[in-house]
Design a protein around this ligand. Structure first.
Ligand SMILES: [Zn+2]
Length: 98
């Protein structure tokens, strides 16, 4: 049996040494993950271990690698977006009350 292993994160480079982890089903946690990983809400793919702190993994007796229940992925920064949409932030000087 072969499983197609692909990370759901955009521009993530395939790496044989990584492990893949399911996006949690719990609504709130799932939303947090999707936001952090810049993924659409419909994503059902797994994400690879590169997006997590190595300390968030637990190796079970059978050799399987599990993510800790409260683990959160690192935020994904999409760098390929064009910069022309950038909005100039207007500087508002501090107002002092007399
Ligand atoms: Zn990945």
């Amino acid at each position: 049996m072969s499983t197609i292993r692909k990370c759901a994160v955009k521009n993530c480079v395939y790496d044989e040494s990584v492990t893949y982890h399911r996006i949690p089903k719990d609504f709130a946690t799932r939303n947090d993950w999707l936001n952090l990983l810049c993924l659409p809400p419909t994503t059902s793919n797994r994400v690879c271990s590169k997006h997590f702190n190595p300390l968030d993994f637990v190796v079970k007796d059978d050799g399987h690698i599990w993510l800790k229940k409260n683990a959160y992925p690192f935020p994904v920064i999409i760098t390929s977006e064009p910069f022309e949409n950038e909005v100039e932030v207007e500087y508002t000087p501090l107002k002092y009350i007399d």
